[in-house]
Ligand binder design. Structure first.
Ligand code: PA5
Length: 441
């Protein structure tokens, strides 16, 4: 489709008959996604309307402007799971994994888990900036407002902030469910606070303030991300042709293979800065379709194990397994057609022998050739794959990619007959942890 990410796949894997059958089976679900665009935030499907929510974006810009005026030198994003992986996916894809190592006016770090050594380093960095009279900003994201890691980390950084800033409230921004304990505390203290729509699940919240506020603080184009996501929602609600509906097509591909015992899915991303998109997808797939019971309450122990691989590095590692091991792994290659910076490998006398077949090629040409060769090897070995190609790594195409995967997961869950929006076993673990911390066991 023009002006959109491109998807290619082996048509033998999702045949014409399958197109017709799956399109019929998905028709009701496609209709629900359509309907959710125009109603309020009143059910799990409502995440699709976030990109069109101009009021939300106005609020992000308003609070963002206020906080930019404080000239923070460091922003610490405090959150875990759905409240941090989406933000990291956007951050790394658009700014690169080495952003903080290059000269920047705003450093950005994520405090997710309770890793004492890492947190010590982060606190030392924050304290050193505060001592120099600089400002820091805490962005705390938690839907429930009760997640242990997030509450612990917020408390650490807040104590630090309070030691250096009398008006510490100005340097805290919160995103949480309305009336969560964090919401109440933000209101009592006077922190700027975004409400995450209650029915939008954590792993579907990347296009809410949870993912967009940090991007705005980085001067990112949040309107372009949302425009891309909107365009993708248009495509993914097209009835009934699967070939024009990228999310339904992908769901059909993954489902058809699952039926043939392909119970592992590798997101094989060509580019270091895309790795976090893979990590985000891992949560989305793992939590959305890894289910003990189906929609009828029957025990099914359904699920596909999501794996993240990075090209070309993992070709020198697990590709041996992917090409030679059991026929149980479906692959999605993700690549970018045009990169922002490229370099040519130039000929030098001394390296003549080494460079004979690289001379004159650019680094990106080589990467593209490696990807082509990999796909040929997959074809030869009858290893099923899809290829997603982004025209470029822009906010617009990233918005398309994220929205496509979220809608795809809803369609996949529908084919598998499981609930894409709950995570009862994660909740179970959280409850046990709370009880242990309270000394009840
Ligand atoms: O998808 C989920 O529900 C979880 O992975 C949550 O995102 C994660 O546990 C963080 O929860 P919260 O945003 O409530 O702090």
């Amino acid at each position: 489709v023009d002006n959109s990410i491109k998807i290619s796949y082996d048509t033998l894997l999702v045949t014409h008959d399958m197109h017709i059958e799956y399109a019929q089976r998905l028709a009701a679900e496609i209709q629900k996604i359509r309907a959710a665009r125009t109603t309020g935030y009143d059910n799990g499907y409502s995440f699709v309307r976030l990109p069109a929510d101009e009021m939300m974006r106005r609020e992000i810009k308003k609070i963002g402007q206020e906080k930019k005026a404080l000239n923070p030198a460091l922003m610490i994003v405090i959150g875990i799971g759905g409240s941090s992986v989406g933000m990291e996916a956007i951050f790394h894809a658009l700014y690169g994994t080495e952003y903080n190592r290059t000269p920047q006016t705003l450093l950005v770090y994520v405090a997710d888990t309770v890793d004492a050594d890492y947190l010590y380093l982060l606190m030392s960095m924050a304290e050193s900036l505060l001592k120099q009279g600089e400002n820091i900003l805490l962005f705390v994201a938690s839907k429930s407002g009760t997640t242990v890691e997030t509450v612990a980390n917020f408390s650490l950084f807040l104590s630090l902030l309070m030691r250096y800033k009398k008006q510490y409230q100005e340097f805290v921004v919160v995103a949480t469910d309305e009336h969560s304990p964090l919401w109440d505390s933000a209101n009592a203290e006077g922190y700027a606070c975004f409400a995450i729509p209650k029915m939008v699940g954590g792993r579907y919240s990347v296009l809410s303030a949870v993912g967009l506020f940090p991007l705005y603080m980085l001067n990112g184009d949040i309107d372009a991300v949302c425009a891309g996501a909107e365009k993708m929602t248009d495509l993914c609600t097209t009835l009934p042709e699967l070939q024009n509906n990228p999310a339904a097509l992908r769901a059909a591909f993954i489902y058809a293979l699952y039926e043939q015992k392909y119970t592992i899915h590798t997101m094989f991303l060509f580019g270091r800065c895309l790795k976090s998109v893979g990590q985000w997808y891992k949560q989305l797939m793992g939590e959305s379709i890894g289910k003990e019971y189906n929609l009828e309450g029957k025990r099914v122990n359904c699920g596909i194990t999501p794996v993240v691989s990075v090209g070309s590095n993992d070709l020198h590692s697990v590709a041996q397994l992917y090409l030679a091991g059991p026929y149980n792994t479906a692959t999605t290659f993700v690549s970018v057609a045009h990169v922002e910076h490229d370099m040519c490998i130039t000929h030098q006398e001394t390296q003549k022998l080494l460079l004979s077949y690289l001379d004159g090629k650019s680094v990106h040409d080589i990467m593209q050739t490696i990807l082509q060769a990999t796909m040929h090897a997959y074809e030869k070995n009858n290893r099923p794959f899809m290829h997603i190609e982004l025209p470029s790594l822009s906010p617009y195409y990233l918005g398309q990619l994220l929205q496509m995967h979220m809608i795809e997961m809803v369609y996949l869950a529908s084919l598998l007959q499981v609930n894409p929006f709950d995570q009862p076993n994660v909740e179970g673990y959280k409850q046990e942890m709370r009880e242990l911390l309270m000394g009840k066991q």
